[in-house]
Write a protein that binds this ligand. Structure first.
Ligand code: MN
Length: 201
């Protein structure tokens, strides 16, 4: 019973070039994302079987592994969908998103700087994330360590950037800053604005 399935990319594998190469995107999607999908299904199945047979398992390590794999599965799907070919996106956000960036985050330039600093300061592997704080009704940044630590529980994710080495090493080697800079050319502001409008009404 496989519940998690690898989604198709919303664009061709070469559609994000020159910012993200076909080779980089293919391996990232077909190998890395797929591994989290398989991991989430395998562990979920293992839990179902253990419960059915009343088997003893290492609950702590199994749930930790489930969290890692579900986090990876979900975040990558969000990531592909908040990317777009350069000629199909705008340089700057529009609409409610731009208004909220101005009010909540000190304007687009400040937001870009902080989002970049958030990305560059991740220790090891993680994600730089734009979220909506439902309580304060404002945009906020979040830094997810690995796929599953440091999360604000229940806060809707509007935009993510994968800062695992596997996300950029083929294209940029150790030059993380160049990868983050490239991201701004292929961020889908339409999608991010749509997510904001859905959660902030
Ligand atoms: Mn990744």
């Amino acid at each position: 019973m496989s519940k998690y399935t690898l989604p198709n990319l919303p664009f061709a594998y070469n559609a994000l070039e020159p910012h993200m190469s076909k080779e980089q995107l293919t391996i990232h999607h077909d190998k890395h994302h797929n591994a989290y999908i398989n991991g989430a299904n395998d562990i979920s199945q293992k839990l179902t079987t253990a419960r059915k047979n009343d088997d003893d398992i290492d609950v702590k390590s199994t749930l930790k592994s489930l969290s890692w794999n579900i986090g990876g599965a979900v975040l990558h799907t969000l990531f592909w969908n908040n990317l777009a070919p350069e000629n199909k996106t705008t340089e700057l956000p529009k609409g409610m998103l731009l208004e909220k960036i101005d009010i909540d985050l000190g304007g687009f330039d400040r937001f870009k700087k902080e989002f970049t600093q958030n990305a560059m300061s991740i220790e090891g592997s993680g994600w730089t994330v734009l979220v909506y704080d439902l309580t304060a009704e404002k945009l906020e940044l979040m830094q997810i360590e690995k796929h599953n630590s440091n999360i604000y529980p229940g806060y809707p994710i509007l935009m993510v950037l994968d800062m695992f080495e596997h996300a950029y090493y083929i294209d940029y080697k150790n030059d993380k800053a160049k990868y983050v800079e490239a991201f701004w050319h292929i961020a889908s502001w339409e999608e991010v604005n749509k997510r904001l409008e859905e959660v902030a009404k």
